[in-house]
Design a binder for this molecule. Sequence first.
Ligand code: ZN
Ligand code: ZN
Length: 343
Amino acid sequence: MTRTTPPRPLDVEALFPELAAFRGTTTRLHPRPGDPGPGDSSVGGPMLWPAEEPWPLCDEAHGRGRGRRTADIHRSRRILAASWARERSPGPTDEERDLLRELSRDHVIPGASETDPLPMVGLAQLYRRDVPDLAGPAGCDLLQVFWCPFPAHGPGRNELEIHLRWRRSGQVGDVLAAPPRPAVVGSDDLVPEPCALHPEQVVTYPDAGVLPAELRARIDAWEEALEEEAGRPADGRATTPPPGYQYDLSIPPGWRVGGFASWHRTDPYPMDCLVCGTPMRLLLTVDSSEWDGGSGSWKPVEDRDLPTHRYAAPTHVIAGSSRELHVFVCAGEPTHPHRWCFQ
Ligand SMILES: [Zn+2]
Ligand SMILES: [Zn+2]
């Protein structure tokens, strides 16, 4: 089933014609629970990985001998989803609560060292045929994204370790049937639920913070005027909040490829390649939800009647304590090391 972004509440280029020069596109991935195969674009699905090629491992030293089992995490989510989907008395029963408690236990791997081979978790794979905004090295038509299931890297020992792999899918012969899996993981937020993708390319505009100051000031003034108007309805009745540039008109929420970074947590800062200094472009955004209260205008037409609690976070991935994870690649040479930030 396709997913269709509703028309924006108003034509922002009609209000601010100079925005046309900044117009871009992004592909909303619209992940939804599914059963993708290695030949499909997916979040959390099986990778088209050559049988003879070593699976990506995290080789940074950090604790890896204690955590939850991935099978327990997936099972817990299925139990919870089924319990909330029950028509009569939704929510887990006492028996289910006991089981969920058991499944939430940490397990200890006896004798585990900080450098044991630790298989990374497949986060997403994207075929260019499905994702119009996916740009990468010449000739490669498949991007595979992995991460270490322990948020335990870098100087603060709390950062992610992300691994990107570009491929020519036609060159993959036998596919690895049973990829290695971590015995336990450090955070269930880093374990994606298998989701099929329903990519949709939409128009997008940059975060207001990176627009020219004069244009930004006019957008701010326009928003303030709208809010003031909405705050004093003539008939005294409450009204829906007026559309805003940030939430409704510029950058869609949810998993997406390309487009513009949204800066929620910090002011915008330059993201330049650490090898060649070229400004990087946004490759992938991992979002903790597909829409929320503030960005509900982007909820796809097909999902309008679905209850939010079951569908707003289909992947179950939570990008750190913030809303979004942006992964950037060098615009000059996409094989240069990527960078990322939380927003
Ligand atoms: Zn690691
Ligand atoms: Zn570079």
